[in-house]
Write a protein that binds this ligand. Structure first.
Ligand SMILES: Nc1ncnc2c1ncn2[C@@H]1O[C@H](COP(=O)(O)OP(=O)(O)OP(=O)(O)O)[C@@H](O)[C@H]1O
Ligand SMILES: [Mg+2]
Length: 264
């Protein structure tokens, strides 16, 4: 058994950026030298293969490994972006046939057989079967929220559900951050979001229209020049691996300390 860390990316609300975080964080960890697998556990409507630009490579999915005995080395897609990066698709359709124990054992086995450092599990925007499967395997959860009130409430609820399922190591990622909206009182302050969700902040990702455009073409944020979203993912990957990094390190066109005063 190696020391593979299993991280689920979650929120019981749809459309907050879970898949965006799963893809770009996984890619960044691999770029930093960590052997990383990203598993799409959104069994309802898989999309991570599209976000990763790997839709034409998918032959097997995670249910083939767990239910049909396909070897991880055969089932995983080696991503050409990095020799450290692997991807496993969700099935095209799913009938709730997986049990949490079987899923957890299989994910651990994949981690050990592939000598992985990190497994990132993307989940759908609800708390159905895939959420339970991911929670059975994960040792850490990243809860993603935007500044929308419903999304903040969902993050709080997700934190409670994670406690109930035994995932006690939980962190908050605030996505689609826009400092101007906070300053003009359109959105809650940073402290209000942290307070309401009762979660420990691990990163803030700015809203970046170009990110959406790149993603539609299967490209990651690191292909964007001087992107603050890319800096945000670099910082989150470092914090995941135990490094201490100030909140807005690497962000361009902003004064870090002034920004923190503005958004508190
Ligand atoms: N920081 C950002 N800046 C700009 N657009 C973003 C950002 N994060 C996510 N998006 C866009 O928001 C949309 C939803 O993102 P994503 O698919 O990652 O959310 P999700 O939580 O996985 O959704 P679902 O619950 O449907 O799986 C996508 O079009 C994505 O490109
Ligand atoms: Mg998604």
């Amino acid at each position: 058994m190696n020391n593979c860390k299993i991280i689920m990316v979650t929120s019981c609300k749809g459309g907050v950026g879970k898949s965006t975080v799963s893809a770009n964080l996984g890619i960044r960890l691999a770029m930093d030298g960590w052997r990383t697998l990203i598993i799409d556990c959104d069994f309802g409507v898989r999309s991570l293969d599209l976000i990763m630009g790997l839709e034409n490579e998918v032959v097997f999915d995670i249910t083939d490994v767990i239910l049909h005995g396909i070897a991880p080395r055969k089932a995983l897609i080696a991503d050409s972006r990095s020799e450290n990066l692997f991807f496993c698709s969700a099935p095209y359709s799913y009938d709730n046939e997986l049990e949490p124990e079987a899923f957890r054992d299989a994910v651990r086995r994949i981690g050990s057989e592939m000598e992985l450092d990190y497994i990132i599990i993307d989940t759908p925007g609800d708390t159905g079967s895939p959420f339970r499967l991911a929670a059975s395997a994960a040792d850490t959860a990243l809860v993603v929220t935007t500044y929308q009130p419903a999304s903040i409430r969902a993050a709080e609820r997700t934190g409670i559900l994670l406690n109930e399922t035994g995932v006690n190591s939980k962190f908050l990622i605030i996505n689609c951050f826009n400092a101007d909206s906070i300053e003009f009182g359109v959105q809650p302050s940073l402290l209000e979001v942290i307070d309401k969700t009762c979660l420990q902040l691990i990163g803030i990702i700015p809203y970046d229209a170009e990110l959406g455009e790149k993603q539609a073409r299967g490209e990651d944020v690191f292909t964007l020049k001087s992107s603050n979203a890319a800096a945000a993912f670099i910082n989150i990957a470092k914090r995941i691996t135990g490094k201490s990094v100030p909140l807005f390190t690497g962000f361009k066109r902003i004064k870090r300390t002034a920004l923190i005063k503005r958004i508190q």
